[in-house]
Write a protein that binds this ligand. Structure first.
Ligand SMILES: [Zn+2]
Length: 65
C-alpha cells in the first residue's frame, strides 16, 4: 500500500510541475486519515461529487454535494 501511495504522490507532483490542470489552486489534500478506522482515505471524484473514500471501511466524506 505504501508503494501505491508514493506513486500517487509522484503523479500529483508531475501534474503540478508540467502546469496542466491547475486552473484552480485549491488546497485539497490527496489523502487524509479516515475518522472511522484511521486508515488512509484517498481523494475520489464521482459524477459531480468530490470526496474522500476509505476503501477499508467504505466511508465516504463528501466535499461537494
Ligand atoms: Zn475507514
Amino acid at each position: 500500500m505504501l508503494a501505491s501511495q508514493l506513486a500517487q504522490l509522484e503523479y500529483a507532483n508531475d501534474k503540478h510541475r508540467s502546469g496542466q490542470a491547475s486552473k484552480v489552486d485549491i488546497s485539497i489534500e490527496q489523502e487524509i486519515e479516515c475518522p472511522r478506522c484511521h486508515d488512509v482515505m484517498t481523494l475520489h471524484s464521482e459524477f459531480d461529487k468530490l470526496g474522500y473514500l476509505c476503501e477499508e471501511c467504505e466511508f465516504w466524506l463528501h466535499l461537494i454535494h
